[in-house]
Design a protein around this ligand. Structure first.
Ligand SMILES: *Cc1c(COP(=O)(O)O)cnc(C)c1O
Length: 345
């Protein structure tokens, strides 16, 4: 994770970095990020309990709450842990206006430049900015937006259109700005912004179609298991629920202790790659709750106890995700609590 952070920082050397650690650091565990992301200038997430935990773990630099407060009661946490809320809705302005605080907050005004999820319309920005600036509960106001298509050329709204809208909305406002996610950090490093907000790339996931390895990123997570049984199929035999895979010849298969209850995608079907003792083979038939089936044809020596890599070192998570019709982000975030974690620096 440190090496991937270095890739992000060197892509945009002039910018400071919010390392995005939402969703329990994309499934990697919030406990490790204060050390792994020591070189970041701030951490950014949405969960209040995890933000408090970051302070307990000794993180003293800024923390951004990317959805801000959900109700007035959250303001107490913001003040106690000195968290910097994103303000994306006028209700949040009203909460700040009606709540006296013992220590003023740094806030981030979010602008909707075309993503159309969160943020104020460009025409509202200068009024909201002045309104926040005038509050005694606010010590600084930064400006931010989020790109919808930084990973794909030609899809609208494109980055240029969003930047244009952002610049028009914020002309004349003297504030720090934060724009780029991983895709923009890697593919649009010329964007001028005081802060970048990379997430998935820090964990070695690809933010677009280009492979993570070709972008210089290393997987932070390797999901492993073992073969716990083998079977010999004859032509016409099937394996698993629904008998989706039917052997067309005699073959040896392995049963691996990993299923959708561990976070392996049930939609991965026959042909999804998997490594046994470092050799690439394929899964067969339907993934079940606690097990999946693999082809041992290329591995005559593999047996009960053989080590299996579901994704990570040697097998990009994005490749497995593509076979299941999803993205590496979702697989990372979905690793189940029952999977034992081992952390290496
Ligand atoms: C999740 C998120 C990011 C990080 O996105 P990646 O694609 O993982 O780099 C940045 N900014 C905001 C507002 C986000 O919600």
């Amino acid at each position: 994770m440190q090496g991937n952070l270095a890739v992000a920082k060197s892509a945009v050397p002039a910018a400071k970095t919010w390392a995005v650690v939402k969703a329990d650091a994309y499934g990697h565990g919030i406990e490790h990020v204060t050390r792994a992301f020591q070189a970041a200038d701030g951490l950014s997430l949405i969960e209040f309990d995890r933000a408090a935990r970051l302070r307990e773990l000794g993180w003293q630099k800024p923390i951004m709450m990317m959805q801000g407060m959900y109700d007035v009661a959250d303001i107490e946490s913001l003040v106690r842990d000195d968290l910097q809320p994103v303000i994306h809705h006028v209700d949040q302005c009203r909460m700040l206006e009606s709540t006296p605080v013992s220590r003023p907050l740094a806030v981030h005004l979010k602008i909707n430049t075309g993503m159309n999820r969160l943020g104020f319309m460009p025409s509202q920005v200068s009024e909201i900015y002045q309104r926040l600036k005038s509050l005694s509960s606010v010590r600084s106001v930064s400006l931010m937006t989020h790109f919808a298509n930084a990973d794909s050329n030609g899809t609208r709204p494109d980055v240029a259109a969003q930047i244009d809208a952002f610049q028009r909305a914020t002309a004349g406002l003297d504030a720090e700005i934060s724009l780029s996610n991983s895709a923009a950090t890697l593919f649009q490093p010329q964007i001028r912004s005081d802060w970048i907000r990379p997430g998935v790339m820090l964990y070695g996931g690809a933010p677009g179609v280009q492979s993570a390895l070709s972008l210089g990123l290393q997987p932070a997570m390797t999901l492993k298991s073992r073969v716990i049984a083998t079977q010999s199929l004859r032509a016409g035999d099937s394996v698993g629920y629904g008998s989706l895979f039917i052997a067309d010849r005699s073959m040896r298969i392995g049963i691996v202790a990993c299923g959708y209850a561990d976070g392996y995608p049930r939609l991965a079907s026959t042909g999804t790659p998997i490594l046994i003792d470092g050799v690439r083979t394929r899964i067969l038939g339907r993934v079940s709750m606690d097990m999946l089936n693999i082809d041992l044809s290329p591995l005559p020596t593999a047996d009960v106890g053989s080590e299996v890599t579901l994704w990570g070192q040697g097998l990009p998570i994005d490749e497995v995700a593509a076979h299941a019709g999803t993205i590496g982000y979702e697989l990372m975030c979905g690793v189940a609590p029952r999977v034992r974690r081992e952390v290496r620096d």
